[in-house]
Design a protein around this ligand. Structure first.
Ligand code: SF4
Length: 471
């Protein structure tokens, strides 16, 4: 196919703090295990547009440590026709400010990502003409239409799946179709510096798309809003083939299997694991899960197929809080599954949230006690953050203590509650300290190290550094 020579830049903009900004997931790297992830959504978008244009570039400025000044100069030198910017809630003000600096009379600036989807009109109004389009759903098909409209000199203001802002008129268009994930191209890894994306151990890792969407509707989570309640999954063969080819081409041995809920479909997970085993692909992968979507047998085959770590959204060790956020899991289910992981030597990573509605000193204490009572390997205690588009946002919008979006980073006190900011931050620190600095935990980790000494030494060194910096 003849390709256009339209210059397209796809970017994560510079931001003063290191963050992971990938899809719906935006986390400040202050949390203990977080690391900058490969920008999968940027690389898939690039692959989609590379079908039509030979001039596609990605700048992952946050990961590449590019200053705003240098970024602006680069963009001015390259002078792209279309600039796709992945925006997020905590970075939105900075994103808009940088967009202003790179806007000129010939380029078109398109925002996509969490904040563009949730509040497109607000974003465009605030940008006051420096952003032309906010994409309100999956980016891939809409981006292709934007590129085609640009090339064919068509009206760019009425593309499905967007809200546009041309000539001071904000126009909301029809929703666009969700992308069929089985038809998406593999990410353009050749446009990235893959060596930038490392686990805390220093091993290079990359992400492979598995699915989008989650049928559960936990009140604090933006997955149902961002990707929908219906799960769209690639075939096991597509995922396995991409892992194998990436391993052979880039020598990468560590993978993040990207999905809102990897274990949503047990049958799919089993087929995937069987295929990994049949093809004897010896890589390590990690994924996320809910405790009620796995069982011992499934975890066992996952382990055999290379699964080394699972992140579970545990959220709270207080049953009333779990019930109030619509999590629909019981404490005994969590305990059972974390025990299975321990038995199978899969690293279990539990994420907890403090400060959800109804939280009290007692419920937080219950969470800390519960986290210590189960054999979790990693536990992270975030602070409740009501992202626009979530039920939690609607429930708490009149109780938000900090109006500036930059505080929406899962590490700040945002929702006014029975507990003061000082109390919550104190509990967050106390939870981390109590969880990691206890003899039974340290002994278990030493025992674990006998199973895989190299991995434990690498992660252990990182963890100690981080924990010391947390005080
Ligand atoms: S199960 Fe996980 S991904 Fe799904 S809505 Fe709940 S927290 Fe979000």
């Amino acid at each position: 196919m003849l390709k256009y020579d339209t210059k397209v830049l796809i970017t994560n903009l510079p931001f003063k703090n290191k963050i992971t900004k990938e899809g719906r997931c935006v986390i400040s790297l202050n949390s203990t295990f977080e690391t900058v992830r490969m920008p999968l959504s940027l690389a898939i978008l690039a692959a989609e547009l590379e079908k039509f244009s030979s001039q596609i570039k990605i700048i992952d400025a946050n990961a590449e440590d590019i200053s705003e000044e240098k970024f602006i100069k680069t963009v001015k030198d390259q002078n792209p026709d279309l600039i796709f910017i992945n925006c997020s809630t905590p970075t939105i003000q900075q994103d808009i400010s940088t967009a202003r600096m790179i806007k000129n009379s010939t380029n078109h600036i398109i925002f996509f990502g969490q904040q563009a989807m949730a509040l497109p009109i607000n974003v465009l109004k605030e940008a006051n003409g420096s952003i032309d389009i906010a994409v309100t759903g999956d980016i891939e098909i809409t981006a292709r239409k934007i590129l085609q409209a640009y090339v064919n000199k068509k009206d760019m203001s009425n593309i499905e799946g967007t809200v546009s802002s041309y000539n001071n008129i904000i126009k909301k268009n029809k929703n666009g179709p969700p992308s069929s994930v089985t038809n998406l191209p593999r990410p353009s890894r050749h446009l990235l510096n893959n060596k930038l994306y490392k686990l805390p151990s220093g091993d290079i890792f990359t992400s492979v798309l598995v699915s989008r969407g989650c049928p559960y509707n936990c009140s604090f989570c933006n997955a149902p809003f961002y990707h929908g309640l219906k799960i769209r999954t690639r075939t096991p063969d597509q995922v396995v083939q991409e892992i194998e080819d990436t391993m052979l081409k880039y020598g990468i041995q560590w993978f993040l299997l990207a999905s809102d809920l990897f274990t949503a479909n047990k049958k799919w997970v089993r087929s995937f694991c069987k295929l990994m085993l049949t093809k004897k692909i010896k890589v390590k992968w990690m994924c996320n899960s809910r405790v009620d979507t796995v069982d011992y047998d499934l975890l066992k085959i996952m382990k055999e197929a290379g699964c080394w770590m699972i992140t579970f959204g545990i959220e709270s060790g207080d049953q009333n809080i779990l019930d109030s956020i619509g999590k629909h899991i019981k404490l005994n289910q969590i305990e059972e599954i974390i025990n299975h992981c321990n038995q199978l030597k899969i690293i279990s990573h539990g994420s907890f949230i403090f400060g959800l509605p109804g939280e009290t000193k007692e419920s937080i204490q219950n969470t800390i006690t519960f986290a210590k009572s189960i054999p979790l390997d990693l536990a992270f205690f975030y602070l409740a953050t009501p992202y626009p588009g979530t039920e939690l946002f609607n429930l708490t919008k009149y109780k938000i203590t900090k109006k500036d979006w930059k505080h929406f980073n899962f590490n700040e006190y945002i929702i006014d509650s029975e507990l003061s900011e000082e109390d919550i931050l104190k509990f967050q620190k106390q939870a981390t300290k109590e969880f990691y600095w206890r003899p039974s935990y340290i002994i278990r980790q030493i025992q674990r190290s006998l199973h895989n000494p190299l991995l434990t030494i690498k992660h252990g060194t990182f963890m100690i550094k981080k924990l010391l910096s947390h005080g």
